[in-house]
Design a protein. Structure first.
Lengths: 509, 125
């Protein structure tokens, strides 16, 4: 026979039910017959399976009767057995399975209450039948209790008369384990425990949340290290190229490569510009105006001469800007990459730089002001030559950016991290969102009203090479404030020298 | 190196896999202690990366003890990667035979250095 029968024939379940009904009837008839034979008396009313007075043959018959009852009960609700699987209230099911049982229910505290479990109703029903059958039967005392994460069903043990008791207990234990619970004998009671509904899901959720949290933290750790690796030029697993990308190189090597490259470019440009400059007449001498006339004829109109002179002026200014730019590039190649670290006094270096740039500031009508350094300003952890190039680039770009009649201010402060140099200009403000891109040369020259981003980039490269920090902010003068905070130099740093610009505000304009 | 990763959290295991395979190591994953022990005994890897909180019958401490008890795996370096950051767990793991202990979230660079160090040690032998 197969489980699924063709139309018009009994199903396996129906046949089972019929057979158990037959067996049950046969047992009853046997019981009655035996009773008649034993006593020659009219048959007594049919004793219950749990009749304590039954002995011998009666006891055997009772066992058979029990078994039949149990088998029969398995088929009382075939539809249900087929299978609702889901949330089932054990207390409600007990009322159905054993309506005569004395049931006490303890639902537990509010935060963990309820007697629902997740199970197959058919299997659960069968388990309860067996459990209560193991107990004192129809009038059993059953306790349903919510005990923390578990729902427990306890039945007081009856007289252990069943021959199949051990098998049934083994079956109950196996079924309980299948549902993540357990079957136990506790004192005079049998106890089935099941995980309460939602507990396993909650545990699963908690485990998942924990895993996600760990994964998130681990992901952050990865990201941090990756960022550090890029920032410090450590080796990272990117494909190698020739020459290797700068961010993969150690600091000194990286700076060395950069200054060499800048020096090479500067030399090339200088050659080109020199050739061009030779063709431009100096302002003092009269230009070879013949050069401006295609036919070589003499220009006779004063308007033409004035126009030509104006054009030469444009060319001269462009050349001057290009030469400044080349100078900035070349200054980078002056620094020995292996000798970046050292010690110097920021105020001394700045005084020297400002002195050198004074003429240029005068020419552009910009006032160059250096405020006195605080007495306790410690030496900066950078070699003097590198510091000179850094400060020169900062001050030069500030002068270039500031309009005629405005001011550039150089100041110093003693910060917790070390000495700080600030250069402020009166040029066009640089929006905070654009500052990083500007310094990184990611914007077109002239954007934001500033001629070039190269000097700031050079200053930032030098600062980065000595692990100084660069900050860009709005200046009260209306333009940009660039602050560089250096590390403190070791104790063997040079002593403060006496220079004229240390004692008071030194106006160089 | 052939590295056995015994870690039940899929995401963490995959991250470690990505990290070490990127450096040319081969990886065998296991998501439970029992499976990890089985693989370790069968394959005798060059290194075991082991979580401590593992589901099932064997936790990381027990895995460690079992691997040390097996002739095939008694000398295999075991590096613990665990969320347990208390001294007691560290001491227990080292007593059970672990060679190194990293707390989650661990530094990938530090772990790679550890692995490279173990590789150099293995090559010297």
């Amino acid at each position: 026979m197969t489980a699924a029968m063709s139309k018009g024939r009994l199903t396996r379940q129906e046949l089972g039910w019929l057979l158990t009904q037959e067996a049950s009837g046969a047992a009853e008839r046997l019981r009655v017959g035996v009773q008649v034979l034993k006593t020659n008396a009219p048959p007594a009313p049919l004793p219950g399976a749990d009749d304590p007075s039954a002995t011998g043959l009666d006891a055997t018959l009772n066992v058979l009767d029990d078994a039949m009852k149990m088998l029969s009960s398995l088929h009382t609700k075939p539809a249900a057995i087929k299978g609702r699987r889901g949330r089932i209230d054990l207390a409600a099911l007990i009322w159905e399975v054993a309506p005569d049982a004395r049931v006490s229910i303890e639902t537990g505290p509010v935060e963990r209450s309820g007697t629902e479990i997740f199970a197959d109703e058919g299997e659960l029903r069968r388990m309860l039948h067996v459990l209560i059958g193991q107990g004192t039967g129809a009038g059993s005392a059953v306790t349903i209790k919510r005990d923390g994460e578990d729902v427990r069903v306890a039945v007081v043990l009856g007289p252990d008369s069943s021959a199949t008791a051990e098998t049934e207990r083994a079956w109950l234990a196996r079924m309980a384990i299948r549902y993540g619970g357990r079957y136990e004998l506790e004192g005079g009671a049998e106890v089935l425990s099941f995980p309460a509904d939602g507990v396993s899901e909650r545990k699963e959720r908690e485990a998942l949340r924990k895993e996600l949290d760990e994964a998130r933290k681990q992901g952050e750790a990865y990201a941090r290290e990756l960022a550090q690796a890029y920032a410090h030029g450590e080796e990272v697993s990117t494909p190698s190229t020739l020459p290797p990308p700068l961010h993969l190189m150690p600091t000194a090597e990286r700076f060395g490569a950069l200054s060499k490259f800048a020096g090479g470019i500067a030399a090339e440009l200088r050659t080109i510009l020199s050739a061009a400059a030779r063709q431009v007449p100096s302002k003092a001498g009269q230009p070879p105006l013949t050069a401006l006339t295609p036919s070589g004829g003499t220009p006779s109109m004063p308007l033409q001469i004035a126009d030509a002179e104006e054009r030469w002026d444009v060319v001269r200014r462009a050349l001057a800007r290009a030469q400044d730019f080349v100078g900035a590039l070349a200054s980078l190649s002056d620094i020995d990459a292996q000798d970046l670290s050292g010690a110097c006094r920021l105020d001394e270096v700045s005084g020297n730089v400002n002195g050198a740039l004074q003429g240029r500031a005068d020419k552009l009508g910009v006032k160059l002001v250096m405020t006195p350094a605080p007495d306790d300003l410690p030496p900066a952890h950078i070699a003097a030559r590198a510091c000179t190039v850094l400060v020169r680039n900062l001050v030069e770009q500030a002068i270039s950016a500031s309009p005629k009649g405005s001011e550039v201010r150089v100041s110093f402060s003693h910060e917790e991290a070390g000495p700080r140099l600030s250069v402020e200009d009166s040029g066009a403000p640089l929006p905070s969102g654009a500052r990083r891109a500007f310094v990184a040369l990611e914007v077109e020259p002239g954007t934001y009203g500033r001629a070039s981003c190269v000097p700031l980039n050079i200053a930032a490269e030098i600062a980065g090479a000595v692990e100084a920090t660069v900050e860009l902010a709005d200046s009260p003068l209306g333009g940009l404030r660039v602050s560089v905070t250096f590390g403190r130099a070791p104790r063997s740093a040079p002593a403060r020298a006496t220079t004229g610009h240390e004692t008071s505000g030194h106006e160089m304009g | 190196m052939r590295i056995l990763i015994i870690e039940d959290a899929d995401s963490i295991r995959r991250m470690i896999e990505a990290l070490v395979t990127g450096r040319g190591h081969s990886v065998e994953p296991a998501n439970s202690g029992a499976r990890g022990v089985e693989l370790a005994i069968a394959q005798a890897p060059d290194l075991v990366l082991l979580d401590l909180n593992l589901p099932g019958t064997l936790d990381g401490f027990q895995v460690c003890e079992k691997l040390r008890a097996e002739p095939n795996t008694k000398n295999v370096p075991i590096v613990i990667i665990s969320a347990l950051d208390d001294q007691d767990s560290k001491a227990r793991a080292l007593a059970a035979g672990a060679n190194a202990y990293y707390t989650k979230p661990f530094s990938p660079m530090a772990l790679l250095k550890e692995i490279e160090g173990r590789k150099r040690d293995a090559e010297k032998k």
